[in-house]
Design a protein around this ligand. Structure first.
Ligand code: FAD
Length: 370
């Protein structure tokens, strides 16, 4: 049979489009080269814990349409992201707020905290020449030294004095006791894991895993009238104009025979000496309970390391610089001249999308296309 749509990629973009196309009465086939659905939001259960295999994913949005949409497929828990910073064993609340300032300086009132920051910012008089000066001019030396410097240097693999100031435009400071990292109306983690949520989106839809579109293109193209492609745009064109670059992360995941390793889902290591940038303890995204509400006896942690990306590595964050932007624009021209194919999602559009934004983008396509 010939399908109306072949959807390449079972991540959020592909799954939303597939669901809506089926609902509109279209026939769809979803393929993915990985052995599992859900793309980068894939979670895998280990010892009752939903492990976020491609990095910690916290759903947050101000978009009510998107929130109403996703909650059809999963119930979301009340998880709020409140990361902790560990600087050589000293623990601080993030994002920077009154708890942080109280721990840093012993200040008690917002006025005292504001005065302390103001006094330290004065150190920089002229135009900041690099990221270090920029950060100090925004929040002062103490916060910079303990909470920004080492973390940023590990992320970029370079000294803050050698990094351009424009990387940090703003550093939000809260003069309230508020550890909620995201300023979002809606936030949470899907109960049962993201994989189950995507499986619910794909219910009743034919999915073929371990199927690489580009390796079997002619044969797969013959199966459908139109293709929705959510893989890397440069790979589609066989990298003929060059390779788009990504920033990468490496994860080292470990199962520990103890119930509680760090007492929080995310702890950032903000000193330079600790080689990892942060540790995720997955069970705390679901309050340490299994699906029946029982306490889990073991725990799974992932240490995250910033690493240089090279072709062939897992693509994570697109690099938003001039060189890559210009190369993407050239690929986009080629994509626009292809017939019967739509490029979408974070890889197809070479764009950093949060989950809510990728869902909104897929829903926009549905409005135009279906
Ligand atoms: C480390 C990290 C942490 C993140 N944390 C958050 C967060 O906390 N909150 C948030 O809102 N967002 C977060 N995001 C963003 C989120 O991951 C994305 O918005 C979302 O995964 C994008 O979905 P997608 O469908 O566009 O892409 P993907 O999920 O990448 O799906 C693309 C799919 O296409 C498949 N594919 C590619 N090429 C082929 C081919 N040739 N043949 C067949 N299949 C192919 C891939 O295997 C993949 O399954 C994070 C991203 C990263 C990198």
């Amino acid at each position: 049979m010939k399908y109306d749509y072949l959807i390449v990629g079972s991540g959020l973009y592909g799954a939303v489009f597939a669901h809506e196309a089926k609902k509109a009465g279209k026939s769809v086939l979803v393929i993915d080269k990985r052995p599992n659905i859900a793309g980068n939001v894939y979670t895998q259960e280990t010892e009752g814990i939903n492990v976020h295999i491609y990095g910690a994913h916290i759903f947050h949005t101000n978009n009510k349409e998107v929130w109403d949409y996703v909650t059809q497929f999963a119930e979301f828990n009340r998880f709020t992201n409140s990361p902790v910073a560990n600087y050589k064993g000293e623990l601080y609340s993030l994002p920077f707020n009154m708890y942080t300032f109280n721990k840093m300086w012993g200040v008690v009132t917002p006025e005292e905290a504001a005065a302390k920051i103001e006094e330290q910012r004065k150190e920089i008089t002229g135009e900041p020449k690099n990221l270090e000066e920029q950060a100090i001019s925004l929040v002062g030396r103490d916060i910079y030294e303990k909470l920004i410097k080492g973390y940023t240097e590990k992320q970029w693999g370079r000294d803050c004095k050698e990094l351009p100031s424009f990387i940090i435009k703003r550093l939000p400071v809260r003069l309230t006791f508020d550890n909620n990292y995201f300023n979002a109306l809606y936030q949470g983690i899907p109960v049962g894991g993201y994989t189950q949520m995507v499986a619910n989106m794909l219910e009743g839809i034919e999915v073929r895993l371990n199927t690489d579109y580009l390796a079997n293109k002619a044969e797969l193209d013959a199966l459908a009238d139109k293709v929705v492609y959510t893989g890397p745009i440069d790979a589609y064109f066989d990298f003929k104009l060059g390779t788009l670059e990504y920033r990468s992360v490496r994860f080292e995941t470990e199962l520990l025979d103890k119930p509680n390793f760090q007492g929080n889902a995310a702890v950032n290591y903000t000193d330079r000496e600790t080689p990892w940038t942060r540790i995720i303890e997955h069970k705390w995204f679901e309050f340490g309970k299994d699906k029946n509400g029982n306490d889990l006896p073991k725990t799974v942690i992932s240490r995250e390391y910033s690493s240089e990306w090279k072709p062939g590595d897992e693509p994570y964050y697109p690099v938003n610089d001039e060189k890559n932007g210009a190369l993407y624009a050239e690929y986009k021209k080629l994509a626009d001249s292809e017939k019967n194919i739509i490029f979408g999602g974070r890889l197809g559009e070479y764009k950093y999308y949060d989950m809510d934004a990728v869902i909104a983008s897929a829903l926009d396509l549905c409005k135009k296309e279906l």
